[in-house]
Design a protein around this ligand. Sequence first.
Ligand code: IPE
Ligand code: IPE
Ligand code: MG
Length: 251
Amino acid sequence: MSATTKTAARKALPAELGTVPAHVAIIMDGNGRWAASRGLPRIAGHRAGAMAVRRTIEAALHHGVAWLTLYAFSSENWRRPAGEVNDLTTLLRHYVKSEIAELAAHGVRLRVIGEAARFPDDIQASLGAAERATRANARLNLTIALSYGGRAEIVAAARRAAAAIAAGEIDPAALDEAAFGRLLFTDGMPDPDLIIRTSGEQRLSNFLLWQAAYAELVFLNVLWPDFGAVQFAEALADYASRERRFGARPG
Ligand code: IPE
Ligand code: IPE
Ligand code: MG
């Protein structure tokens, strides 16, 4: 079977099997390599990556995925050179302003997880306004992870739990997984069913460490700016072929 035929055959699978993941989370990696391979500055890769975000949201809407979470900037990405951080900040500012009306028109609800407070005030204000403006939308829950780190998230939750216990507000015995989960940024969101990472790297890089406990992982050898409908459908087909066990006996 040729690669094209194989892709076409697999593309039809998820809908047929009725196993479309409710929550897809994506580690959007490879913008820098995409740019370097074309002799372009890294920012060109990030700009092309923003176009891939657009295609991905369209694909999620097309497949009826209810939750889409995109890892856009990690807690550790602040370690990059100031010029690149500045370019990414400018791109984010532009993206939020230019895309939000269209997202809202498509029934997308936007949420942000991470330490958005580390970004400039105007970006925080735009993000907050976008979250409020799309609060009533329910077709697609789009979450952008910005200055997000899984370990920092868990430590912050532990600190809140410790403070509540010290204040006598909660009984340590009542702090179970569900109660702890409510202290995370992802309170109210389902855990990801499928985590996709592009660029060929096979690691989580501090993404959704708690929430990924039973996620299916798909690593793709495509750089993020080249990601689109075909790769999204391929990942969904791969997911549909998996047997999820959650520790129980194989069925
Ligand atoms: C992902 O692409 C975007 C961010 C992490 C902000 P990279 O910038 O990590 O691209 P590579 O991994 O260097 O190719
Ligand atoms: C992970 O990619 C973070 C995002 C995609 C936003 P990185 O490029 O920062 O991860 P490492 O450094 O290769 O692990
Ligand atoms: Mg990278």
